[in-house]
Design a protein around this ligand. Structure first.
Ligand code: C2E
Ligand code: CA
Ligand code: CA
Ligand code: CA
Length: 274
């Protein structure tokens, strides 16, 4: 009936309003946390499968909320993006990561995630240049991880910025590879140094379709002289399959969860393959 429809609408809009209010509160609290520099950075090692050595660490933002406890970046990064806070947050993570990397062994790189929105507006190249200068980190030890979303908006401008970033001597990795729509074309659109194969492929690595896809990605990577990382490695069986496929690098809970700087260990805490 008409009435039922109307009350349905009321419930629906009340719920939407509650969700919007909650998001606004979160945004306000996030702004304060960024302002007070309370966002922390954890690190997850990337392991060379053949040797068990830590080749790099990925910087991952962490927010410990006073009452709600740990809030996942999967939740607060989108809030930072929609609230115009991602540039400041991204800058804080970048400088922190560069400084922390200076305390790590000099053959270990640090990888920092960039939001596509950091490419818009402010000068990302200057930001990266000054993070390197302020920390003293050699440019060759910094890796920037981007997703194909960087290619979706303002493509020409973003591509130029990406080229200038690479020109600084930092390396550029394509993250979450395989989950997008036209990842293959993005791989050839820019001279990436590395491609990170999304966890969803590693989850299904026991299927022959997945193996076929991985083999063709490896073929392409070889042609393009790209390094490959398998993300979200959780089991020794997956490590075995990756190693026998010839995928050189792995990252995931099997090796280590993201941890605070102080909890990283050198050499890696990795169970070496025999
Ligand atoms: P991502 O860049 O793809 O990072 C990998 C995510 O997978 C991390 O989640 C990591 O903790 C998780 N992970 C690693 N190994 C495993 C595993 O074996 N199993 C499972 N189930 N998960 C694993 P996290 O730290 O929650 O970050 C989620 C996403 O938030 C990141 O995905 C990235 O897109 C974004 N993010 C995190 N920190 C930053 C940042 O500083 N800047 C930007 N722009 N985005 C960030
Ligand atoms: Ca990443
Ligand atoms: Ca990823
Ligand atoms: Ca992801």
């Amino acid at each position: 009936s008409k009435n039922a429809g109307r009350s349905c609408f009321h419930i629906y809009s009340a719920q939407l309003k509650a969700e919007a209010d909650q998001r606004n509160v979160l945004e306000i609290e996030l702004r304060e946390a960024i302002w007070r520099e309370e966002i922390e950075v954890f690190y997850q090692p990337v392991i060379e499968l053949g040797t068990g050595r830590v080749k790099s660490v990925e910087a991952l933002a962490r927010w410990h909320h006073a009452t709600r406890g740990a809030i996942s970046p999967a939740e607060f990064i989108p809030v930072a993006e929609s609230g115009g806070l991602i540039v400041e947050l991204g800058n804080q993570v970048l400088i922190r990561a560069c400084r922390d990397a200076m305390t790590m062994p000099s053959d270990v790189k640090v990888a920092v995630n960039l939001s596509a929105l950091q490419f818009a507006g402010t000068n990302l190249v200057d930001t990266v240049t000054s993070a390197l200068a302020q920390s003293g980190l050699p440019e060759a030890r910094l890796e920037l991880e981007i997703t194909e979303s960087v290619f979706l908006a303002d493509t020409q401008e973003n591509l130029k910025t990406l080229q200038r970033l690479k020109g600084l001597g930092v390396s550029i990795a394509l993250d979450d590879f395989g989950v997008g729509y036209s990842s293959l074309s993005y791989l050839t659109a820019f001279p990436f140094n590395k491609v990170k194969i999304d966890k969803t492929f590693i989850d299904r690595i026991d299927r022959c379709e997945t193996v076929a896809v991985l083999k063709s990605i490896m073929q392409l990577a070889k042609t393009l002289k790209l390094s490959i990382v398998a993300e979200g490695v959780e089991t020794s069986e997956q490590v075995g399959r990756l190693h026998s496929l010839g995928i050189p690098l792995g990252q995931g809970f099997f090796f280590s969860k993201p941890v605070p700087l102080a909890d990283l260990s050198w050499p890696s805490p990795v169970p070496r393959r025999k």
